[in-house]
Design a protein around this ligand. Structure first.
Ligand code: ADP
Ligand code: MG
Length: 329
């Protein structure tokens, strides 16, 4: 059911905007009540879901195409961190009446571009009107050989800790959006804001880490907060060398080089990189995976006996982290 007069009925809307995105045969052109998921012999389906809400994960004024891409990519990032190759997704939309067809067409175009880029298909979804803010829930499906999903619980003392890409750019982008960018060059602000709006899920790297990483997850709430999940589940302590955490040139210019700047980067979230641990004997395989996927990785610390996460400065002193990342409630 939809109530907005500026939009066609629910079924017309699905037929015009979403049916063309249902390219997989087993989505039946969105003309049935459900889709089927094909499973090849010896393979397993990996499933994940994430909701993004206007005013919480993006701003109402953000371009609709990048909102669509963020909604999809935060899910692809989870699949990548688990070592899965994505193949499809479901889309549940809660639409406020202010959202009209122009907005929705641009939104669907954003999805179409990303579907082509990541070789995935829309498989179904739900569309409803809401008196609240725009909310987008995507459930994504990936596959991998049975029993090979990367978990949080396998880190061992002596393992090395890696992270892909750069950390803190998205946090910088959010700060720019909140007005901290005044006086900074367009190039710096644009780079950081783009990283906030359109994450780069590491779908090429993730599957190559199967059988290599001892534990892995995607960095969404803040590097330290997410590494805490590995530390807790694996029952180990993780030591992070602050100056080894990869930060983009734009972010270094923007926030500087101090311990405080490093702390902001590792607690700000929305990075959508993969953090993982590896036994030292497999470090060469990590470098090979990075080279093959074209995704840079950096060694940022190690695993010890104990609990929790410690961030250290170059003098070896702990940098106290009052809050390790973003919590919703
Ligand atoms: P139901 O009455 O069971 O809720 P719908 O009428 O909502 O079913 O959905 C009809 C078809 O359209 C289904 O295949 C459903 O998956 C698809 N669909 C509905 N909304 C969306 C959407 N936002 N994106 C993709 N597919 C959708
Ligand atoms: Mg429905």
């Amino acid at each position: 059911m939809t109530s907005s007069s500026s939009r066609p009925g629910e079924f017309a809307l699905i037929a015009e905007l979403f049916a063309p995105l249902a390219t997989a045969r087993h989505a039946f052109g969105l003309k049935d009540d459900a889709a089927t998921l094909p499973v090849r012999d010896g393979q397993q389906i990996v499933v994940t879901t994430d909701t993004i809400v206007a005013g919480v994960h993006f701003l109402d004024s953000d371009p609709p195409g990048t909102i669509a891409q963020k909604a999809l990519r935060v899910n692809l990032s989870d699949l990548a961190a688990k070592g899965a190759k994505p193949f499809g997704y479901l889309l549940a939309l809660s639409l406020p009446s202010a959202i009209g067809m122009t907005w929705l067409r641009t939104f669907a175009k954003g999805l179409a571009d990303d579907q082509a880029h990541f070789a995935i298909s829309l498989l179904g979804g739900d569309t409803t009107a809401t008196p609240g803010p725009l909310a987008i829930t995507i459930t994504a499906f990936g596959q991998l050989p049975k029993g090979t999903m990367l978990r949080r619980g396998g880190a061992k003392p002596g393992d090395v800790v890696f992270v892909s890409g750069t950390i803190g750019d998205a946090g910088g982008g959010l700060a720019v959006q909140r007005g901290e960018g005044k006086g900074w060059s367009r190039a710096v602000c644009d780079h950081l804001q783009h990283r906030y709006r359109v994450p780069q899920p590491r779908t090429g790297l993730g599957p190559l880490l199967r059988g290599v990483a001892s534990a892995a997850l995607d960095v969404s709430d803040g590097l330290l907060a997410d590494l805490e999940h590995i530390a807790e589940t694996s029952r180990v302590q993780i030591v992070v060398e602050g100056q080894s955490v990869p930060r983009a040139a734009a972010l270094r210019a923007f926030w500087g080089e101090s311990d405080e700047a490093v702390l902001r980067a590792v607690t700000s979230g929305d990075d959508y990189e993969i953090a993982f641990t590896v036994p030292p004997s497999r470090e060469k395989k990590v470098m090979a995976a990075a080279a093959r996927s074209g995704v840079p990785v950096s060694r940022i610390g190690h695993v010890e006996r104990g609990r929790g996460v410690i961030l250290r400065n170059p003098a070896g002193k702990p940098i106290p982290a009052p809050a390790k990342g973003w919590v919703h409630f």
